[in-house]
Write a protein that binds this ligand. Sequence first.
Ligand SMILES: NC(=O)C1=CN([C@@H]2O[C@H](COP(=O)(O)OP(=O)(O)OC[C@H]3O[C@@H](n4cnc5c(N)ncnc54)[C@H](OP(=O)(O)O)[C@@H]3O)[C@@H](O)[C@H]2O)C=CC1
Ligand SMILES: O=C(O)C1=N[C@H](C(=O)O)C[C@H](O)C1
Length: 247
Amino acid sequence: MTQFTIGIIGSKGRMGEALKIAIAEAAHGYAGGVDADDSPDALTALAESADILIDFSAPQALEANLDAAIAAATPMVIGTTGLEERHHWLIDSASESIAVLQTGNTSLGVTMLAHLVREAASRLGEDWDIEIAEMHHRHKVDAPSGTALLLGEAAAAGRGVDLTEVSDRGRDGITGARKQGDIGFVSLRGGSVAGEHQVIFAGEHERIELTHRAENRALFARGALRAAEWLMGKQPGRYTMPDVLGL
Ligand SMILES: NC(=O)C1=CN([C@@H]2O[C@H](COP(=O)(O)OP(=O)(O)OC[C@H]3O[C@@H](n4cnc5c(N)ncnc54)[C@H](OP(=O)(O)O)[C@@H]3O)[C@@H](O)[C@H]2O)C=CC1
Ligand SMILES: O=C(O)C1=N[C@H](C(=O)O)C[C@H](O)C1
């Protein structure tokens, strides 16, 4: 495989550190990294010197990161979660001039899980209630997780509905009975859990539970590298993990 150099945005964070190990294992080059206290000039220089950027930082950094990648014509893998609608517009706009791969989870297992969820949701009727549960370490700052949301998108796509219309987040108090067709989310936080996701299809007298457990961050780092290897040399456009796996 052709080796290339990678710049990490969020290089001193948990994912940044895992990614540096994965880059060394894969014998790619490490072009350097930036973090919250680095200057805009450092970001510009990194985007110019790296063959590709991988971003595991924070949503508030995304606009500047994309601007730097566009100016340097450098492709970019985005793993940062907690993105809002406006961030997705920015990614859509950037993908007109550079290749961008954005995903809430770089794990190959979660990518397959999303595929299975979409399939199950398309075949089971709306009388099967869909609930998505996730658990992460105590340091995680966003909820629901990016993965829970991508699994919700997969379920909604299987049903041919818009997730924003059926999403039920943060139940508390007298909520009333569950609305048929809703997709529910629950987030647990604690300890050092790398990431667990469960999609429950609850029918009358029976239940299907599809679960993914991430045992460490190395798998996310290796998945991000696989995404970067796939993205190198691609035409400008917006891509995601199923493209990498050919799903
Ligand atoms: N898609 C996926 O598969 C995965 C996604 N994630 C996501 O990746 C992100 C990072 O996770 P994690 O590594 O655990 O978080 P950490 O908090 O450990 O690391 C975040 C890093 O980003 C840096 N950062 C924050 N703001 C900026 C900024 N404006 N510009 C540049 N760097 C910045 C921080 O720098 P400083 O320390 O100086 O503040 C820190 O080094 C999260 O959104 C998380 O949900 C995590 C795992 C897998
Ligand atoms: O913050 C994390 O740690 C993780 N974030 C991603 C998410 O929000 O789904 C992916 C993974 O679950 C770990």
